[in-house]
Design a protein around this ligand. Structure first.
Ligand code: EPZ
Length: 424
């Protein structure tokens, strides 16, 4: 009988104290894939202990590379991959598996990577990854749900994205650093995780210019070498704990983070009534019990991140008034709405626009996680809902938050984990 964990919360506790933010899930996954680009030993610090990190570890171990995770230090011993393949049973659990495609084609000239399926909130296309690799000279066809790519040696080209895709930018970057000649990526993603990846690749001997801007120029080199790095803080975990504290009228200090990564979230929280003080690596957020309604429209970095949309909706569900939340990145990332409504939230949804009418209180109920950030949204709501809230299928949350219940317990939340026996 399958056993799935669930998190139980009893709402009403004010969060206070200090919490340490973990390294960024979305930063560590591409640099793990980058270790395919050069043989030798890599040491990564501040690595978050997450299901997705283990998935990526298994993926590159399948290619003959050995990986050890000791505490928050990941060591990779890279060597030429025996078979350059990412099988469906792994890719289906994590879309970011596609990050191995670029380095495999760029270094070994061949790759067989399963097409990522959809996810809880809809199709997740990879056309920009494919088009970019084709521009660099890769021959690509599809068979039995797999992307099959081959190339003698990729050749630098101009790659222009019609959407500043995070994943496609990362993949094309890792593909072209060993190409012959120069590549220009136009309309590149500027997310901090891509900036960190580009910096890491340069430490490996790549020649990337324009880092942090939407135009990257990469002069291909013949060989790279391993490098070490510390993973940047997770800006979405940071935003999630900031929202959790404001929701409960708390007083919380976040350590090992970086305010510069979350300015758009801090701006919105100040308008929502939070008092925020910052140092280079800490953020303190103090709130009274009132939450002002604040409209949010998600956009690419440095705008308000789509990965905070669900958490912001939980916060606005008990605000003193109405707010409008629009997701311009994913038009269907709203599976959390139905579950929040079960807790008493008053939300109307029209395509990618949600109108949230703040209610005085939410009331606890059993709810189900559907994806990573929807789970975070339900946990936030459970922190303030009257009575008990059971959030089931929290394997979703374990993908992107390291021991979230322990961190919240340390801040005074009444939350614990139980095993749920599924009746099948
Ligand atoms: C990354 O996903 C993140 N994941 C996502 O975080 C995040 O929501 C997303 O960027 C947007 O910021 C990782 O970094 C591992 P995109 P990615 O390519 O790269 C469309 C989380 O919660 N698109 O920037 O897959 C796409 O449909 C996860 O941590 C194409 O049309 O996102 C979307 O509408 C969830 N064709 C938009 O671009 C493509 O080939 C942005 O997607 C690729 C993307």
């Amino acid at each position: 009988m399958p056993v799935l964990d669930k998190l139980i919360l009893v709402g009403g506790k004010r969060l206070e104290g200090t919490v340490q933010i973990s390294g960024s899930k979305n930063a560590v996954l591409p640099i793990m894939a980058a270790s395919l680009l050069a043989d030798g030993t890599y040491t990564f610090g501040n690595v978050p202990r997450l299901r997705d990190v283990r998935t990526m570890q298994k993926l590159i171990e399948n290619m003959g590379i050995s990986v050890t995770l000791d505490g928050h230090t990941l060591r990779i011993y890279s060597q030429p991959c025996e078979h350059c393949e990412a099988p469906y049973d792994q890719v289906k659990t994590m879309r970011a598996s596609i990050y191995v495609l670029g380095p495999l084609v760029g270094r070994f000239g061949r790759a067989r990577v399963s097409l990522p399926g959809g996810c809880a909130w809809g199709p997740r296309p990879v056309n920009l990854h494919i088009d970019g690799l084709t521009r660099l000279g890769a021959k690509i066809h599809f068979e039995k749900g797999y992307i099959v790519a081959s190339a003698r040696r990729l050749k630098g080209a101009r790659v222009s994205f019609d959407i500043p895709s995070v994943g496609a930018t990362g993949n094309i970057l890792m593909a072209c650093v060993l190409a012959r000649g120069t590549t220009v990526i136009e309309n590149a993603a500027r997310e901090p995780e891509i900036t960190a990846l580009a910096g890491f690749l340069n430490r490996m001997g790549a020649r990337i210019e324009g880092i942090g801007t939407s135009r990257l120029e990469i002069e291909g080199v013949d060989e790279l070498h391993p490098a070490d790095t510390d993973v940047i803080p997770d800006r979405i975990e940071t935003g999630t704990f900031l929202a959790a504290s404001h929701l409960t009228g708390g007083d919380v200090t976040l350590e090992k983070t970086s305010p510069a990564l979350v300015n758009s979230i801090l701006d919105k929280l100040r308008i929502a009534g939070a008092e925020i003080t910052e140092t280079d690596e800490q953020i303190r957020i103090k709130s009274d019990r009132s939450i002002r309604p604040v409209d949010v429209t998600t956009s690419v970095y440095p705008g308000f991140p789509t990965d905070m949309q669900a958490q912001w909706m939980a916060l606005m569900s008990i605000a003193d008034g109405s707010s409008v939340i629009t997701d311009t990145i994913y038009s269907d990332r709203f599976t959390h709405v139905a579950e929040l409504r079960r807790l008493g939230a008053n939300i109307t949804l029209d395509h990618n626009v949600a109108v949230v009418k703040g209610v005085r209180t939410l009331s606890g109920a059993p709810v189900m996680s559907t994806d990573l950030r929807a789970s975070a949204s339900l946990i936030l709501a459970g922190l303030v809902a009257k009575g008990r809230t059971d959030v089931s299928r929290v394997y979703h949350i374990d993908r992107g938050y390291e021991t979230i219940e322990k961190k919240l317990q340390m801040l005074g939340a009444e939350i614990w984990r139980e095993q749920e026996k599924l009746v099948v």
